[in-house]
Design a protein around this ligand. Structure first.
Ligand code: NDP
Ligand code: 8X3
Length: 248
């Protein structure tokens, strides 16, 4: 049977592009996100066996129930792509909106942990699996007004390293992919729906697109059994580090 991958945040951006690429490569896909209409639309277009799960990764009980209730033929998850995530707001720490902080912490850290914890026992039982954690360049460097988002991604980076140690014995692969600027719905969400402000983030240079990150994910999951990609940083050519972009 072809390998099965579960992608969180498959309704948009990097997750959607990863679903499209993995489908072309013959992976069976479980697509998870909150917007069911987007998942249904995507699933109807993919040339592979696909199921969707309407899921909010911050809902701990729902995450465990969703994994528990997967149809029998979908229970064997070979690859978990922990992609669901968001930035919400951008301000100095003294002016931070605590609701923004909580949604980032709940989604980017706790949501990632819930789904990982729900899926890992099956991988361990089968002695096979691969977890791909989508971090960010924000995990590696602080930037102005990035405080809580950067911290949540730094947590993903550290969890990735710890998972690698904890899962070595089973042996389950663990990879972090850290993109720089990718034009997706990310900035629209960060600026609470302000599309004009979001567009400015990507103005004057060629950002990454979701498909660029999807290629990196595919490379990581297609390595031979004895090769593990621990950590990968993928940047637009015009971006050196977070906040340092050459714009025309
Ligand atoms: P998008 O906003 O386009 O996609 C985010 C995805 O996450 C959506 O599918 C959304 O689905 C899903 N999501 C958000 N919250 C939840 C939730 N509570 N439960 C389930 N799914 C959720 O952004 P990107 O594709 O850019 O972001 C994907 C990942 O990449 C994120 O972790 C982001 O931090 C990271 N990243 C992005 C970069 C960028 O520049 N764009 C750079 C570096 C990292 P729905 O709303 O339907 O639930
Ligand atoms: C998203 C990229 O630089 O806006 O993680 O933090 S950045």
């Amino acid at each position: 049977m072809n390998k099965t991958a579960l992608i969180t945040g498959a309704s948009s951006g990097i997750g959607l592009a990863t679903a499209q690429l993995l489908a072309k490569e013959g992976y069976r896909l479980i697509l998870a996100a909150r917007r069911e209409d987007k998942l249904l639309q995507l699933a109807s277009e993919l040339p592979t066996e696909t199921i969707i799960i309407k899921l909010d990764v911050t809902d701990r009980a729902a995450v465990f129930a969703a994994i528990e209730n997967l149809p029998h033929e979908w229970k064997q998850i070979d690859i978990l792509i922990n992609n669901a995530g968001l930035a919400s707001g951008m301000s100095t720490i003294d002016k931070g909106d605590i609701d923004d902080w909580e949604i980032m912490i709940d989604t980017n850290i706790k949501g990632l942990l819930y789904i990982t914890r729900a899926i890992l026992p099956g991988m361990i039982e089968r002695g096979n699996g691969h977890i791909v954690n989508i971090g960010s360049i924000a995990a590696k460097e602080a930037y102005a007004n990035g405080n809580v988002y950067c911290s949540t991604k730094a947590a993903v980076d550290m969890l990735n390293k710890n998972m690698r140690i904890d899962l070595l014995q089973h042996p389950i692969k663990v990879t972090a992919i850290h993109p720089g600027a990718v034009e997706t719905e990310f900035s629209i969400v960060r600026f609470h729906g302000d599309e004009e402000r979001a567009k400015l983030v990507y103005k004057g240079f060629e950002s990454l697109v979701g498909a660029d990150v999807a290629e990196a994910i595919l490379f990581a999951i297609n390595r031979p059994a004895h090769v593990n990609i621990n950590d990968m940083i993928i940047m637009p050519t015009a971006q050196a580090v977070a906040g340092v972009i050459h714009r025309k």
